[in-house]
Design a binder for this molecule. Structure first.
Ligand SMILES: C[S@@+](CC[C@H](N)C(=O)[O-])C[C@H]1O[C@@H](n2cnc3c(N)ncnc32)[C@H](O)[C@@H]1O
Ligand SMILES: O=C(O)C(=O)C[C@]1(C(=O)O)C=C[C@@H](O)C=C1
Length: 243
């Protein structure tokens, strides 16, 4: 995937619009997420590793909020089982269009079905793996438990959910400490103070983050008995739940 450099918030604007996964964002998204999310590459490659261990033959794999298909491609490369299908879903037509191009660039025995839809509206069935890689935080908080319940019900016994999210910390001192480390990560990746602050404003009402405790409780309320965080760098984490 080769995409343009993210310059979306580089020029001052009087009115910052709410962040949307539109054509402009889709065109720079690979650069944006790599420069904004510490550990992103590690998480993508580990998703492939988890796929190799947990996917079973003749099952479905869901990549919910697939964007450009990074997790889908990592999973697909690691499937050795037959009769599997990856179902990759995003409600941004621009993301789906680019995802289709990216997926078509790789040959594989595993089919990918790309669906442009709200992940709250799709059916989940016969799943051995479900991925929510930085997607749940964009759903309205009141929709999150229902989605996790649907995932739990659609997973086969022994199936795995990978849930990656930006975390929020209730301890204000810790929140500030970790947030500052993340800001330094963005600065080190070439984002200016203006870009950082304008993007923060754009994301304010769109991306609502939870604490690790909230995630744990919600995942358990959805039915999962096995849950833990397996990766954390600053305020970005990836968690796993196994049915
Ligand atoms: C941060 S990106 C996910 C990154 C991607 N999973 C990856 O690993 O590169 C969030 C994605 O979720 C999609 N999204 C947000 N809310 C959604 C919803 N309700 N239904 C479907 N897709 C959604 C957005 O369009 C966006 O592409
Ligand atoms: O918190 C930030 O500053 C971010 O940019 C995070 C984040 C995310 O976690 O998804 C937000 C929007 C983009 O999708 C890329 C990264």
């Amino acid at each position: 995937m080769i995409y343009d450099e993210d310059k979306i918030y580089a020029t001052p604007s009087n009115r910052i619009e709410e962040f949307r996964f539109d054509n402009k964002v889709a065109g720079v998204f690979d650069d944006m997420i790599r420069r904004s999310v510490p550990g992103y590459s590690q998480i993508i490659s580990t998703i492939g590793d988890i796929a190799a261990k947990y996917i079973t033959s003749n099952s479905n794999i869901y990549d919910l909020g697939c964007s450009l298909g990074a997790a889908t491609i990592s999973i697909r490369r690691n499937i050795t089982n037959s009769g599997c299908k990856i179902i990759s879903v995003d409600n941004s037509p621009s993301m789906i269009e680019r995802c289709n191009e990216n997926i078509s660039a790789y040959k594989s025995q595993t089919d990918v079905e790309l669906i442009c839809a709200d992940i709250c509206d799709i059916e989940i069935a016969n799943a051995s793996m479900v991925v929510l890689n930085f997607t749940l935080q964009f759903l309205a908080p009141e929709q999150r438990l229902a989605l996790l319940k649907k995932i739990f019900n659609g997973l086969n016994s022994g199936g795995v959910l990978v849930l990656s999210e930006k975390l929020y910390f209730e301890d204000e001192v810790i929140q500030e400490f970790i947030d500052n480390e993340h800001l330094d990560f963005k600065r080190a990746n070439g984002y200016s103070e203006l870009e950082i602050s304008q993007k923060r404003t754009a994301l304010e009402n769109v991306m609502r983050t939870d604490t690790l405790d909230t995630h744990r409780k919600r995942v358990q309320d959805a039915g999962f008995q096995h849950f833990n965080i397996w990766f954390q760098c600053f305020n970005f984490a990836s968690m796993v739940a196994i049915k």
